[in-house]
Write a protein of this length. Structure first.
Length: 344
């Protein structure tokens, strides 16, 4: 855009070691030989192409020259949520190599089982998995269930050489609730964390949600705040605001209300105590139209009738609102679904 065009003087001398020059905080100029070599081995997944320069930045700050540190405020907020994941997974690649096993020794019983049901999510799944690999608490397993995808989602899910990741598939699409129950049966962790294949976790999500349930033995669910993003065709997800779980308002809002009284929006994120989830029978097993939407609100409302909610005051999850998704296209069915669910 013309109003953003600026002029700046190039430095008289660029040290030989410098491979990247950042202008106003944006990686803009590269040493050609270094960039081509880096791109040859680069195979990481991103939420949008606009973050590519930041993923290519060398981890050694001595190789980067900054001409100006200022930057657009809204983009700074986006980078605040993106850069920690980039930095963590870049270091993993540095120490293990592109084809190495990224995982530590897998415990016999991981503390957390992260469950992900996917259907035609090949373009977003990689970044979701990368956010799991960036977790500060490594005592987890990731169970991915491909629910009859017609694209390359299954191939993408199987592309990661990490022994903590297990992939299941079924030929026929049966809906998220059916797949989540199948994954629940396979889960070994004492806690269950939901992750959609077009969303992602903050690096400390597993650590803080696990701690919240450890400190609240009566709690059946742990949640926190989430970053709300809007998917666009041209630019990928764009950050809009931070949301207190269960209500669509900003981080300056009042405390979280009783989720059982506010059922028009899901609790996000959702970490369950596995024993509590099994006690209520897991997700709603039905494959009809109403069984494929609002499954998140159904399971949390039933669970909170018997246990309390533990809350973490931090952004732990990033939710991408896609206007073409099945849940967004069927929002008008909420009243019908709510009436049926109250009869169960």
């Amino acid at each position: 855009m013309r109003r953003t065009l600026i002029s700046f003087p190039m430095p008289a001398h660029i040290p030989d070691a410098v491979v990247c020059i950042c202008v106003h905080g944006v990686p803009l100029y590269w040493k050609k030989t270094w960039l081509l070599a880096r791109l040859t081995h680069w195979n990481a997944r991103l939420p949008a192409a606009r973050f590519l320069p930041y993923d290519l930045l060398p981890t050694d700050s001595r190789l980067v020259l900054h001409l100006d540190a200022s930057q657009n405020d809204s983009f700074q907020k986006e980078l605040l949520y993106i850069l920690p994941i980039l930095a963590s997974t870049q270091m993993q690649e540095k120490h293990t190599g592109d084809k190495g096993d990224l995982s530590p020794v897998v415990p016999a019983q991981p503390a957390v089982s992260i469950l992900m049901s996917i259907h035609n999510m090949k373009d977003t799944l990689g970044w979701s998995i990368r956010s799991v690999l960036a977790q500060t608490n490594e005592n987890w397993e990731l169970l991915i269930g491909d629910d009859g995808s017609g694209d390359e989602s299954l191939e993408e899910a199987c592309a990661y050489q990490d022994s903590r990741i297990r992939v299941l598939s079924q030929a026929r699409n049966r809906g998220k609730a059916m797949m989540m129950n199948r994954l629940l049966f396979e889960a070994r962790g004492r806690y269950i964390l939901e992750l959609d294949g077009d969303d992602w976790l903050a690096p400390n999500a597993v650590a803080l949600l696990t701690e919240a349930l450890d400190l609240n033995p009566d709690g059946g669910i742990a949640t926190g705040w989430y970053g709300c993003w809007e998917r666009t065709r041209q630019f990928g997800p764009l950050w809009r605001r931070d949301v207190v779980s269960g209500r669509l308002h900003s981080e300056s809002s009042a405390p979280l209300p009783n989720p059982s009284n506010d059922r028009s929006h899901p609790i996000v994120p959702r970490m369950y105590r596995k024993s509590s989830l099994i006690a209520i029978g897991g997700w709603w097993n039905r494959e009809d139209r109403l069984g494929r939407i609002f499954e998140d609100m159904d399971v949390t409302s039933r669970l909170l009738k018997h246990s309390s909610l533990a809350h973490v005051t931090a952004v732990l999850y990033h939710r991408v609102i896609d206007g073409t998704s099945i849940s967004q296209r069927n929002r008008n069915l909420f009243k019908s679904w709510n009436q049926q669910s109250d009869k169960i």
